[in-house]
Ligand binder design. Structure first.
Ligand SMILES: Cc1cc2nc3c(=O)[nH]c(=O)nc-3n(C[C@H](O)[C@H](O)[C@H](O)COP(=O)(O)O)c2cc1C
Length: 331
């Protein structure tokens, strides 16, 4: 019996298998952040070819948090209408639609005046040319409410779940990381303080989406940089995420982007294992990174620290990767 193709259920939501298409930016949206036919077709092709969960690419909750002009948004009623069509398309193909919500903070475009703000006043590693202004507590509250609004609208629009982007040097990662959070108020300092804002966002989003919807968190479990976050801090933090209402932890890493140097298949497995030790067996974990062979995916899923596998670039280059995998590793 194949583990890769074994169904599972979280909070009453059924998944036909363990294959996840992780969030991957297409940069094909209109300049207003609206979904276009090309985006619908891109996801339908993969969802219709045996993928179990599609996590739609990073989608901003307010325009100041976008990283480019062709990024998807979940910030207005018209953007939500397009996302509703996208969710329906994925669901009709038999995959569960989840959408990644984000604010890029110091990695983003900034406000109308071009002011870029982040967790602290430190440029994000890899983007040293931009020195952000630290968010005020009122601005943080406003952004948390934007996350909650977008999340509730996406669930209403037909998504089974939302994923908060807490990796790759974006806003929630900026708060958690000692590399970017130099705040001197109650949101900066030790792990407890640095984790406070991401946890507040999680709690507000959980309240907004209700008990039936799924809440995923993409955790930057290791900044992969000297002086940055390591799993020693992020593993206990993952347990707090679960306590605050997160259903699934999607493990990633790297402060300055989404492509760590490491290309070994399943290279984040040690992070999954450390996090499993802290969150226990009840919280499903996704392992993503470098996986290309169905047999390796199957093997990785036998590890108690892996419940789902994310297949990124392999699904971009071969939309029928999962169907091919079914032929190889069977049912
Ligand atoms: C073109 C491209 C776009 C990506 N966009 C996102 C994104 O929007 N959000 C995110 O969390 N990760 C993003 N990633 C990272 C992937 O989700 C994934 O973690 C990474 O590609 C490693 O998995 P892989 O080796 O299977 O490709 C992107 C990766 C690629 C290649």
């Amino acid at each position: 019996m194949s583990t890769l193709f074994s169904p599972t259920c979280i909070r009453g939501c059924e998944f036909r298998n363990r294959i996840v298409m992780p969030p991957m930016a297409t940069s094909l949206a209109t300049r207003d952040g609206l979904a276009v036919r090309e985006i619908l077709d891109h996801y339908a092709e993969r969802a219709g070819a045996d993928v179990g969960t599609v996590i739609v690419e990073h989608t901003y909750v307010t325009r100041s948090g976008r990283v480019n002009d062709r990024q998807l948004g979940a910030h207005t009623d018209s953007a939500i209408a397009g996302l509703s069509e996208l969710a329906g398309t994925i669901e009709e193909c038999g995959a569960r639609p989840v959408i990644q919500l984000t604010h890029a903070g110091a990695s983003g475009a900034g406000d109308e005046q071009g002011t870029v703000f982040g967790a602290g006043s430190v440029p994000r590693p890899g983007k040293e040319d931009v020195t952000p202004r630290p968010l005020t507590v009122e601005e943080m509250q406003y952004l948390a409410e934007r996350f909650a609004w977008s999340a509730a609208q996406c669930i209403e629009a037909g998504f089974a779940g939302v994923q908060l982007h807490g990796a790759h040097g974006y806003l929630l990662n900026q708060f958690l990381s000692p590399l970017t959070n130099d705040r001197r108020d109650s949101y900066g300092g030790d792990l407890e303080a640095r984790g406070r804002y991401p946890l507040e966002v999680v709690e507000l989003v959980r309240e907004a989406i209700g008990e039936d919807a799924l809440l995923y968190y993409r955790l930057g479990a290791d900044d992969l940089m000297c002086g940055g976050l390591t799993v020693e801090e992020t593993a206990p933090f993952a347990a707090r995420l679960a306590g605050a209402g997160v259903d699934v932890v999607d493990i990633s890493g790297g402060m300055g982007g989404y492509r760590p140097e490491e290309t070994r298949e399943g290279h984040f497995l040690p992070l999954n294992r450390a996090i499993r030790d802290h969150v226990g067996d009840e919280v499903p974990l996704i392992l993503t990174g470098g996986i290309v062979n169905p047999e390796t995916a199957e093997q990785l899923l036998r590890d108690p620290a892996v419940d789902f596998v994310g297949i990124g670039r392999a699904l971009l280059s071969d939309p029928h990767w999962a169907t091919r995998a079914r032929g190889q590793v069977g049912r």
